[in-house]
Design a protein around this ligand. Sequence first.
Ligand code: PEP
Ligand code: MG
Length: 756
Amino acid sequence: MPYNMPATRVLMNNLRQVMAEDGDTRSRLDHVVRLIASTMVADVCSIYLREPDGALLLIATEGLKPEAVNKTRLTAFEGLVGFVARTAEPISIEDAPRHPAFSYRPETGEDPFHAFLGVPILRTGGVTGVLVVQNRTERTYREEEVDTLQTISMVLAEIVHTLTLSPAPQAAPDRRMRGPGGGSLKGRIFCEGLGFGRAVLHDPVVPAAKFFAADQVEEAERLSQGLVDLRTSIDRMMLIDGAVLGEDPRDVMEAYRLLAYDSSWAEKLHEGVRSGLSAEASVDRVRREHRAKLQNARDPYLRERFHDLEDLDNRLLRVLGGEEGKPQITGDRSVLVARRLGPAELLEYSKAGLKGLLMEEAAASSHAAIVARALGIPAIGGIEGLTTRIEQGDYVIVDAEEGTVHIRPDDAVYDAYQSREALRSERQAAYAKLKGLPARTLDGTDISLMLNAGLDLDLDMLDQAGADGVGLFRTEFQFLVSETLPRLNDQITLYQRVLKRAAGRPVVFRTLDLGGDKVLPALNLQREENPALGWRSIRFALDHKGLFRRQLRALVRAAADGPLTVMFPMVTVPAEYHAAKALLMEEVAWSARKTGVQPSQLSVGVMLETPALGFSMQDLGGEVDFLSVGTNDLLQFFFAADRMTPSVSERYDLVDPAALRYLKMVAEVCTAHNIRLSVCGEATASPPVALCFAALGYTSLSMAASAIGPVKQALRKVDLGAFRAGLLALMDKPNGSFRNQVLALAAEHGIDTADS
Ligand code: PEP
Ligand code: MG
């Protein structure tokens, strides 16, 4: 046991009393620095608070000149204190003035002090301050002392944090829990919409009241039992999943298990309990260190390991907290805040009703993002610093129209959003009125408005949005949201359910589109330099004939003697289409032979996602029933702009003369060869883009449910022939901003382009 453990315990006991005191925060901090200095036999103990710009302000001291308090402010890059804040690591120095990072501030009267020990004050992943002890004599601080100071800094984090918050506002107690506005953060829209509510953190939170253990022996036993339960649950996971996962994921799981059994981790946790912390607080202390290291780590391998470690900390907190420790979703007023989230977890939470989802994870194709879209929960992802900035219970506005989250909004922001919400509801009501009406243009062209879906949950939206059918059913979602590869029967069941819920409306099943950003751990794919251009989609399916055939068989079986529509993604050359179609036809023939049943009508299409295919459509005449433009992929290949890289993904637009001329050429070739034209990428969600497609002859547009109302409204207002003539004239002689000219043209046709 470390030599000074009894002293630490005494200190913790005293701190516990200070925490329980009524006095104001500053006097409590003065009390704390005195306590630490005397217990650690230090000449100085100081606390620096990190301000929003990164500067560090001296807010309490014992030993330095009191006048320096609230005056001495070090920039983020200044001095040893700045060094600790930047690295989020403790440093211990025998003779500080000789250290290159040392910065002398005369007002503090620091001259006589040589030994320096500084530790970061960490809170929900970020450094919120620095705690320092100094001694006159040159000395080396022992490891145990560093540890003690780190433990204390965790308790302090809660007190220091309250300093950054002003008293609870009186005006709107139901809305803002506390404090000044928390500002706003930006991210990527995963599911469009607006959401309001209180933040519920997915990762377990240890309330300050639970920091200290009443009985250390009992607490140590509780921790040991928690560790045993955690390890048993991980062993069980290995037994169930390990057998079906294949080698690579198994290795990952095994590494995870080793971490859970790591004795130095357990020892560190026990050390916290011995120093007077509760088991939860001890895990939390270690978790803060892991998070800080994760934030600083650049190496992807190291980052993965720190993620795993943090995952383990969270798991252990859940085990220790039992039912009570679970996030409390309150009716329909909660916004879930998570670093990462599994799809099953989100489904579980959503049962209690969620108003929004915020995630640090960046991929819009992440499984949780997919489920959020299926459930229609406004969601934003890729928000850096999310869990550092949002506190449990904070009031937040999820603006998943702009990709912004407002934390503890002030009255002006709140009121502005209330009006926007009202406007949105008004618009929704207007769209709802159009539900039973056709998307018929003023000059009589009917456009089919279809739904993009991927889970059978999505199908609820068919009626709600008044869609004419499903224009894109992303079959790979079933694979992405399940732990193991779906079996033939699982696939048949899903497809049957989808067809049943579509109740006679057409459903276009897109065959497996895996690879790229849709990575299946169970399939053990190799890492690629450029996954979007790699072994994905139809290329991958044709190289995994067993898997592909099984899916085609499931589709044929699910359709039974009804109609079946299938389309193949990312076909680049006709040979790929021919190979895929041949497999489908073999399955149809096999089914007919085996069961005497075959689809009453078979429609086979191809997605236009690579520019090359557009120049081969004439070669597919007579073979292909329809073409569907996958704008998400087509855009990225046409303009060479990665759809996953935010800085370029929105730089280019289909409302561009080059893109529209290409799409016009494709439309003409297809029409000449009797190939029906449709679109199923996200771009059609924008009414002006939808109009351009319709004007070029694409008569079936598939989109997210929320886009159907606005697009239908626009189509019903337009004289398509006149719009086409105007568009072709602009395409013929573009000058200046083509996009603005097209928007102006749409506006002339009565289309609201304010949001475009
Ligand atoms: C597309 O690329 O436009 C498309 C619909 O496919 P996904 O977004 O699933 O790649
Ligand atoms: Mg695609």
